[in-house]
Design a protein around this ligand. Structure first.
Ligand SMILES: Nc1nc2c(ncn2[C@@H]2O[C@H](COP(=O)(O)OP(=O)(O)OP(=O)(O)O)[C@@H](O)[C@H]2O)c(=O)[nH]1
Length: 411
């Protein structure tokens, strides 16, 4: 239970409450057994006497006006038929072709902006209310700081931004639009040092990317999306299904491999040694002239030290073949976990030398501001962001676009 609690907290979930104690039903008085029978037949129910008429009770009742009477609830909608995972995957891949700008209403930026819309609302609704033509005094600065913290930007970034406002605009009258524009600039400034693409060096033959992260944060999907992108660039790509404990993860990677034309090295049986698998995959990748090898890993073992040992072993073993591998260690973070993402980075940094981050599920989160907290407090490169489940929904992270998208401004 304690370890389950640890993993739940790491994933940003409240640990499950222990099951409620079962209360035994109240004891029934024993039924007297009929002589010679173990189970007496139930006695016939006594005839029900007609109830005497109830005295009339007057309950004062005022009918609500008609408009307030709730209409009868419509019948519940039919639950959608269960989706065949393969069909869902095929659909995601089919729609992952680079779409023309017109089809996406302005291309990647508008997708980013749409994806961030929940986070944007959280951040800007308060700004719009507070700063409609208002003098930037102490009270306004305090409200701004609270808004930024509530939008998951973290205390340090919120403080830094507010101090910037104090220096440049204190005492001036500002509108919500001015505040948003200045905010976008301040956020972009914080993000700029960490906005670095994941640079693949095919001459490493192959460039090895070890992908780590808590389970469910999007490791397998991110690998698949990257595979698709690299294939599009004409690179030869191999996936190693190193999450050998989860049959579904191996299967998922195999399907993505088939669809994207990436080779897949999968374990012969579940629970196989992940380090051995990574070693075999690297040997094969070298023999087959691959440019990139993406290694998936388990996100959860029975405890933190077991996971740490597994990751360390994978690295030790692949270094027997290439002492410089892995060339990148990519940590996936689920944006919906908000501030908990910072804790995940700290824990994974203790286990392995993380070289950069992929922040996923920004589309399903109102906590996209956490990327600013990550930049300010962790400072690791943010290579890419995921704003959807489609293969095309993983894009390089750029400070200006993200900052403007987050505060709801145009390109
Ligand atoms: N909306 C949305 N969903 C995403 C994104 N990235 C991944 N997902 C979904 O998140 C779920 C978990 O993703 P996986 O790639 O299986 O996560 P994982 O870290 O490999 O999980 P384990 O295999 O359990 O360790 C899947 O349903 C993905 O489709 C994203 O950017 N946006």
């Amino acid at each position: 239970m304690a370890l389950k609690g640890f993993w739940d907290r790491l994933r940003g979930r409240e640990p499950e409450a222990p099951p409620a104690p079962v209360t035994p039903p109240p004891a029934q008085p024993p039924t007297p057994a009929a002589p010679g029978l173990e189970t007496p037949p139930a006695p016939p129910p006594p005839p029900v006497a007609p109830l005497p008429p109830l005295p009339a009770i007057q309950v004062p009742f005022t009918a609500p006006p008609m408009a307030e009477v709730a209409p009868p609830a419509p019948p519940p909608p039919e639950p959608p038929p269960p989706r065949d995972p393969e069909a869902a995957l095929a659909e995601a891949l089919a729609s992952s072709e680079p779409e023309p700008e017109s089809a996406t209403g302005g291309g990647w930026f508008s997708r980013l902006k749409t994806g961030l819309s929940r986070s944007t609302a959280r951040l800007t609704d308060a700004i719009t209310t507070v700063f409609r033509k208002r003098r930037l005094d102490e009270a306004a600065l305090e409200e701004l700081e609270e808004t930024l913290i509530a939008a998951d930007l973290g205390v340090a970034a919120a403080h830094r931004i507010v101090e910037g406002f104090r220096k440049t605009r204190f005492g001036k009258e500002v509108s919500d639009e001015e505040v948003k524009a200045a905010l976008a600039e301040a956020i972009a400034e914080i993000l700029a040092p960490v906005a670095k693409p994941l640079e693949i060096q095919p001459q490493r033959a192959p460039h090895v990317v070890l992908v780590v992260g808590v389970n469910g944060t999007g490791k397998t999907t991110t690998i698949a999306k990257l595979g698709q992108q690299y294939r599009g660039q004409g690179l030869k790509v191999m996936f190693a299904a190193g999450d050998t404990f989860r049959a579904a993860a191996v299967e998922q990677l195999q399907i993505w491999g088939d669809r994207t034309g990436c080779a897949v090295v999968a374990p012969a049986k579940m629970g196989a040694d992940a380090a051995g698998l990574a070693h075999d995959a690297l040997a094969r990748a070298r023999a087959e002239g691959m440019d990139v090898l993406l290694i998936d890993t388990a996100g959860r073992l029975h405890n933190k030290s077991a996971l740490m040992e597994e990751l360390a072993k994978i690295i030790r073993v692949i270094r027997k073949l290439d002492p410089s591998a892995p060339h990148s260690v990519l940590l996936t973070l689920d944006a919906t976990t908000g501030q908990n993402a910072l804790q995940q980075v700290r824990i994974f940094k203790e286990m392995v030398s993380v070289s950069g981050l992929a922040v996923t599920k920004l589309d399903g989160s109102a906590k996209g501001g956490v990327v600013v907290a990550l930049a300010q407090e962790i400072g690791l490169p943010v290579h890419m962001v995921g704003v959807g489940e489609k293969a095309g929904d993983l894009r390089p992270f750029t400070a200006r676009d993200f900052a403007r998208g987050l505060v709801g401004l145009g390109e």
